[in-house]
Design a protein around this ligand. Structure first.
Ligand code: BES
Ligand code: MN
Ligand code: MN
Length: 463
């Protein structure tokens, strides 16, 4: 690759302004109030892919939001890279905790991003990271250096579970055929500690409903004499972990892959400061499963967390009431080999079994997906590693992440291809939180690094 830095510096302002335009559209897939915005974003992605040099760009309808498909096939004898990303974003709430409006991007310096970061919902997850690939394509096409074929598949329902993707992928196997899948929707350790994500956790997401009496009751007249659904729900939830913070659902750990002492020792070599971690979160101490380090707890171990809990009176002042119903949303992060449907069933059976007489329990499964681990002895990993070495001047560290991208295991099953996760965000970029941001340095570093992946992957595949 030649002239990468030149092309970047000549087009820097435009690359940034285009991302700002993309971030201004509130493509919140979870909230139907934004449905037109989600559709408008798909159109914008389509237009940008055409300008960047794709020969074909199509909007493929699904039962939900559409998928933007693009391709540039230069020679069918050459390898094909399939880029996946998502143009939808998480809801912005709680809005009042944002220092600037979530869909009016601003650039501010931060401690981690002294060169500035762009603040907006989706800046890092995933518009900013997805758009790096569009600009990397432009760079390769406009400088006449695209070394292989490229396909894009950018979806609009990742943040709500990609429910319509399984059918789409199964029905479009030929169209999506590729030699490697490339995704930037994860993070790296630090700007001076590049890493490549080699694992993702699976997910099972459920909602539970506990019903006591058939109506809300006066907490004086009935208090003490009937099961209070909120008391019961919190007690049931508390019982899902034991004193060592192990999950108590029978069978939950049966298929969990135990890493060897060597693998764990290798993981422990990644630079990490517990003091800085605690300080950044303003906590006195970390917390979690006995026998595992913080980095193990958030990557190679499964979890169960309440994501939301409600019921009863939460308005101003006080109201003495025993609610008829209590609810919670619960996520379980799973590790490779745990099957999300099986875990969902185990949860349901157990949760129903521990409900005391006097309440009724309903467990509603939401969505889920399998975990993933990518081998590092492949050409694709080696090519990615070499690309980082070229632009960061350092070999990247393989690192398992705790987040989930369910489509990755689906791709492996349906398309038989491996995924390379080249994430350029930082954990501190506040994805899914107020004040999400993406470092400008990271954005441009991503655009700079991606073309080298194409170059090395093509070279290494030909040999
Ligand atoms: N990009 C994230 C996943 C991610 C972030 C993985 C950082 C690794 C590091 C993705 O958009 C996401 O939020 N996924 C959801 C799951 C999905 C089924 C809603 C998640 O992990 O909660
Ligand atoms: Mn994402
Ligand atoms: Mn996300």
């Amino acid at each position: 690759m030649k002239n990468v830095k030149n092309y970047l510096s000549e087009n820097k302002d435009r690359f940034l302004n285009e991302l700002i335009e993309l971030l201004k559209i509130p493509s919140v897939s979870a909230d139907s109030a934004f449905s037109q915005d989600v559709l408008d974003t798909a159109e914008m992605v389509k237009a940008r892919l055409e300008e960047a040099g794709c020969d074909i760009v199509e909007i493929h309808e699904t039962a939900g939001y559409p998928i933007v498909y693009g391709e540039k096939i230069i020679n069918t004898d050459l390898p094909t890279v399939l880029v996946y990303g998502h143009y939808d974003v998480q809801p912005a709430d709680p809005i009042n905790l944002w220092h600037s409006p979530p869909f009016e991007p601003v650039i501010k310096k931060t401690e981690k991003h002294p060169e500035g970061a762009i603040f907006a919902r989706g800046a890092c997850d995933d518009k900013g990271q997805m758009y790096m690939h569009v600009k990397a394509l432009e760079l390769m096409v406009k400088t006449d250096q695209l070394p292989c074929n490229v396909k894009f598949m950018i979806e609009g329902e990742e943040e709500v579970g990609s429910n319509n993707l399984a059918i789409y992928v199964a029905e479009n196997r030929e169209k999506l055929a590729n030699d490697v899948i490339l995704i930037s929707d994860t993070g790296m350790i630090a700007n001076d500690v590049p890493s490549i994500t080699t694992g993702l956790r699976g997910l099972s997401y459920v909602e539970v409903e506990v019903t006591g009496p058939n109506r809300d009751l006066h907490s004086g007249l009935y208090g003490g004499a009937v099961a209070n659904p909120i008391n019961i729900l919190t007690k049931m939830i508390a019982s899902l972990h034991d004193e060592n913070n192990h999950i108590t659902i029978p069978g939950f750990y049966d298929k969990v892959e135990e890493l060897s002492t060597e693998e764990r020792a290798e993981m422990a070599k990644a630079p990490f400061s517990i003091e800085k971690y605690q300080e950044a979160l303003d906590i006195e101490s970390v917390y979690g499963e006995k026998g595992y380090s913080t980095n193990e707890r958030n990557s190679i171990r499964p979890t169960l967390d309440v994501n939301g809990i409600w019921g009863g009176y939460t308005g101003e002042g006080a109201k003495t009431v025993i609610a008829s119903k209590a609810f919670a949303k619960i996520s379980m992060r799973l590790v490779p080999n745990q099957d999300w449907k099986e875990i969902t069933e185990l949860f349901k059976t157990h949760f129903e079994a521990i409900a005391p007489k006097g309440v009724k329990v309903v467990v509603k499964p939401h969505h889920g997906g399998q975990g993933y681990v990518t081998p590092i002895d492949t050409i694709a990993y080696q090519a990615a590693s070499k690309a980082y070495e070229t632009t960061f001047g350092k070999k990247p560290i393989p690192q398992r992440s705790g987040g989930s991208i369910p489509i990755v295991s689906l791709f492996e099953k349906e398309l038989k291809s491996k995924t390379i996760l080249m994430g350029f965000g930082l954990d501190s970029d506040a994805i899914h939180s107020p004040n999400e941001h993406f470092g400008l340095w990271n954005y441009f570093k991503g655009i700079e690094t991606i073309p080298y992946f194409y170059e090395y992957f093509t070279e290494m595949t030909k040999k």
